[in-house]
Design a protein around this ligand. Sequence first.
Ligand SMILES: [Zn+2]
Length: 253
Amino acid sequence: MFGWFRKRRRQRIARRRFPDHWEAILHSNALFFHSLSSAQQERLRRSTQIFVAEKNWEGCGGLQMTDEHRLTIAAQMSRLTLGFADEYFDDVKSILVYPDAYLGKSQDQIGSGVVVEGSSSRLGEAWYRGPVILSWADVLATGRQENFGRNVVIHEFAHQLDMRNSPFADGVPVIESRQQAEHWLSTMARDYERLSALCDAGVPNVLDCYGATNPAEFFAVASEVFFEQPNLLNAEWPDLFVLLRDFYLPPNH
Ligand SMILES: [Zn+2]
């Protein structure tokens, strides 16, 4: 029953007029928006409205939360979920935003169910069934494509997809069929080893060596590159590209 009410509420939200100043924010802070088809743009506007309305948006470290913050982040969340039906990250109730890289409060909190980027100075975090924490400076640089193919929002929400089936981020999100899961595991394991070897040898490639930290970071970093530099990913890591394309943008989406 709750699901039915939620669906009705979301339909009502998605029918609201998309404000002109929101549209302007998408055009200036979500440059990928220009490369979408008009049907994808329309779907993105609807899910962006739902994310803005449903999430608890909190400014931290003196940041005063505005529509610009909410829209810029929600647009990237919508981009990640364009190929999914009704994916609104229900486990993520709150999104906390700091002005810039921030200092973690306690190392004790780091463990199962938490993925933290950086050690003391952090760019983002994803908590199992908990908040996503972001640095606005990085979000904005990402949205304006000034971040060299990095995308902190895609990265943190890829961790959330990863932790959907277990508090331990292991680079394996929920996958429908056993056959697909086996293909995922073998491709990811092989390419993770390949990235580790390239990074050990100092050979540059499109995937950041942060992805060689562990399989969870490999999935998150590969997801960033899939959205930000798909042609380069396809050229250098064709099997990984196809795996992520079938996951994020399945043929009948
Ligand atoms: Zn990460």
